[in-house]
Write a protein that binds this ligand. Sequence first.
Ligand SMILES: Cc1cc2nc3c(=O)[nH]c(=O)nc-3n(C[C@H](O)[C@H](O)[C@H](O)COP(=O)(O)OP(=O)(O)OC[C@H]3O[C@@H](n4cnc5c(N)ncnc54)[C@H](O)[C@@H]3O)c2cc1C
Length: 457
Amino acid sequence: MGAPTIDELREQVRAPVITAGDPGYDEARAVHNGMFDKHPAVVVRAEQVADVIAAVNYARDASVDLSVRGGGHSAPGFGTNDDGMVIDLSLLRHVHVDPQARTARAGGGATWGDFNYATHAYGLATTGGIVSTTGIGGLTLGGGIGYLCRGYGLSIDNLVSAEVVTADGQVLTASADEHPDLFWALRGGGGNFGVVTSFEYRLHPINDVYVGLFFYELEHAEALFRFYREFINDADEAYGAFPAFQIAPPLPFIPEDRHGDTFCVAVVHWAGPLDQGENAMKPFRDLAPRVAEMVGPMPYPALNSAFDPIFPKGIRSYWKGNFVTELTDAAIDQHLIHGPKVPEVSATMHLYPINGACHRVDADDTAFAYRDANFATVIVAAWQDPAVDRQRIQWVRDYYDATAPYSEPGGYVNFMADDDQNRVEDNYRGKFTRLQEIKRTYDPENLFHLNQNIPPT
Ligand SMILES: Cc1cc2nc3c(=O)[nH]c(=O)nc-3n(C[C@H](O)[C@H](O)[C@H](O)COP(=O)(O)OP(=O)(O)OC[C@H]3O[C@@H](n4cnc5c(N)ncnc54)[C@H](O)[C@@H]3O)c2cc1C
């Protein structure tokens, strides 16, 4: 039998099957990162698990490259390709909440915005990312670092089960009781093991949170970093907080004559009792004078979407990241050199805390390899003008190179650039061999290779 044709695929799939020349092709092939302008042969916009099964079978039997796209945020643009197939899950976004069990089941293409909208109606939430347009799919499979992780763990620590279409077109449930090896690998191993058509998460009573956004003059950056590393070490787990470097956007709470200036910033939130929120902000007010601040209660989904406008779809971007166990004085010195050179409003360095509840999960329980790290650094530049590609990428690389000697060899897989594939073994350190074994079981031919790839051999 010969390789299947796209006409045969169209006969098997009820969902939209889009090829070059079809209406909507340009929209269907686009991903968030505007650096990746690729032309897949076919995009299947899956609406049901049956569509995913048919598409996986087609890609395998036709031997074409396969991209699996959830929210489309992959920094290396893994959600699209040239001449292959894309399974676009963005129509699989339904979220069903069980308020009694405090769980939610969400389609594999839902974004955190979809998820929060559904769960907030019940006063519930779980750990998602920093912006709401990111897909639950890619973010969860890599680990899931976000505002709530000190209190409630990484996104994977809240994953109860996943429904997965594997490379042979089977539908499996992965959980602590069913296919536990696959469940282990999905929790940190990225998109290597199949297409997750739905994720089931544990939820927590989170409704409104108290938020503080503090802008300090750059001369206070050293004080901010030194204060932060001590403070976050044993701060109440209701706190999420991270320092950043940021060019002031034209927001009303920032004095107009300071728009466009560079600051060091503390992004703080308190997910404890709201009447303690004002007091919770005090340490960040006491540490240095603020040029601008925005402080007050807000619904958790509003916090989760506060930075969305800075990262619109199509913006060009380049990322690098590291795990950090100890934030040394020498590391801070490098932040003080490179952070203030942040080149765009949409460029930044965030130093996320991953202690608290993240540390209470046993290191062997999931494929996430750096349970003992205290921070995850992300250095990201995003910009509109292709003429500055080289300069923007260079700022990220210089900053990364300068801080790498004070960081762990590996970084968070979701913060890797397209030139980071050689870091995969470091990113998974002691877990890599087991991940390879599980890859051999579920995807021996490496159908799912457009990701931070764990080759079967
Ligand atoms: C603006 C922005 C903010 C971010 N903030 C955070 C943050 O706060 N915390 C954090 O942890 N990360 C963050 N990230 C990184 C993010 O976690 C990764 O880029 C992640 O891969 C995005 O997932 P996605 O589904 O949107 O992307 P996609 O490009 O759709 O997917 C990325 C990869 O994940 C896999 N994948 C996605 N969905 C599925 C699925 N359902 N089944 C199987 N495989 C799938 C595929 O291998 C795919 O190539 C951010 C990224 C951006 C662009």
